[in-house]
Design a protein around this ligand. Structure first.
Ligand code: BMA
Length: 332
């Protein structure tokens, strides 16, 4: 490995397939995609943009999954796996515990989608796009065991999406990406960073990146949890272009300064993955690859990337930290 991985654990059983011979891109798909099909649950219309983690104290995996039910209500479900490929999802949605009655009133469940999960210090933090009085903002919660889930205050005012936490504090503060938006299928979007001493009060907002043409000309949004490396924070993010046939969601990478992560060191001119397979181009929303999680093995730099396919299924793709860093620097 050329790039040093600083903050991840070893995952010897990370899902893996070698890159196909003569394959020209830095990210390659699992050959049995999609790994979670839309109708895996009795109630599901679709299972998509979802977040998985390697458990701290075992070699197993858990995650929070976006399940849209047959009423097309967007829900969050817990799931478990021994191999991070075959997943067993709960039939029931997560019931969030609100310990403070004042918070319970503000947190009356409305909808939740596009979760992210990250281990920080002593617990798994979860962020998602949370409906507050039917307006999207960033929901925050945590769990110690994927059995009981505790909800906190929303991080921001509506309208906001793609809240993604960094895996450790910087300068004593939690760091979160978000993407201010509107009530609809937002035709704009920049990535910002906000900082918090306590996961409740967020401020010190900094602009990180704007759309800038080509595959990311319409809007961009943070994807999986950033990976800390010797080159900076490696961030996979989605970018959207608008064609005569609607939005096209691809994903690329950027490398941000370790201490001041609103400073962009490198950013891909070319996408890492775009919707090209039939399960990415045909579904409830055509032409969407939407990454919400990676597993990263610190020992080898192997990456397993989990992404939503056409707002319908969950897909898996592979790369390595070395490969994505080299590609991002070369294409910057
Ligand atoms: C975004 C979010 C994502 C979705 C994408 C494409 O605004 O709603 O959940 O994958 O649009 O429809």
């Amino acid at each position: 490995m050329n790039v040093k991985i600083l903050g991840e654990k070893n995952i010897p059983n990370i899902p893996w397939q070698e890159k196909p011979a003569d394959y020209g891109s830095p990210v390659w798909r699992y050959n049995e995609n999609p790994i979670i099909k839309r109708n895996s649950l009795k109630i599901s219309n679709s299972i998509l943009n979802s977040a998985v983690v390697s458990l701290q104290d075992s070699d197993k995996f858990a995650g929070v999954f976006r399940v849209d039910d047959k009423g097309r209500f967007m829900r969050l479900h817990v799931g478990f796996s021994d191999d991070a490929i075959n997943w067993k999802l709960s039939e029931d949605k997560i019931e969030w515990i609100n310990e403070d009655p004042k918070m319970a009133e503000a947190n009356t469940w409305c909808y939740g989608y596009d979760p992210r999960v990250v281990w920080i210090d002593d617990r798994y933090w979860i962020t998602w796009c949370n409906g507050y009085k039917n307006a999207p903002t960033i929901g925050v919660g945590y769990t110690f065991d994927f059995q009981k889930f505790y909800q906190c205050e929303n991080a921001f005012l509506p309208y906001n999406r793609n809240g993604v936490l960094f895996p450790r504090k910087i300068d004593g503060k939690y760091i979160m990406f978000s993407r201010p938006s509107d009530t609809g299928h937002t035709p704009f979007g920049d990535i910002y960073i906000s900082q918090s001493p306590d996961m409740k009060y967020w401020g010190e907002h900094r602009h990180v990146m704007s759309p800038r043409g080509s595959w990311e000309s319409r809007k961009i949004g943070a994807g999986p949890i950033p990976i800390e490396t010797s080159e900076g924070w490696l961030c996979i993010y989605h970018g959207v272009l608008e064609s005569c046939n609607g939005f096209v969601y691809s994903f690329g990478a950027a490398i941000l300064d370790i201490n001041e992560p609103w400073k962009v060191k490198y950013r891909c001119n070319h996408y890492l993955l775009s919707p090209q397979e039939i399960y990415e181009c045909v579904g409830d929303v055509q032409n969407v690859v939407f990454p919400c999680a990676t597993l990263c093995d610190a020992a080898t730099g192997k990456l397993a990337i989990y992404y939503g396919c056409a707002d319908t299924h969950v897909g898996l793709a592979f790369s390595t930290v070395d490969e994505i860093v080299a590609y991002t620097k070369a294409n910057s």
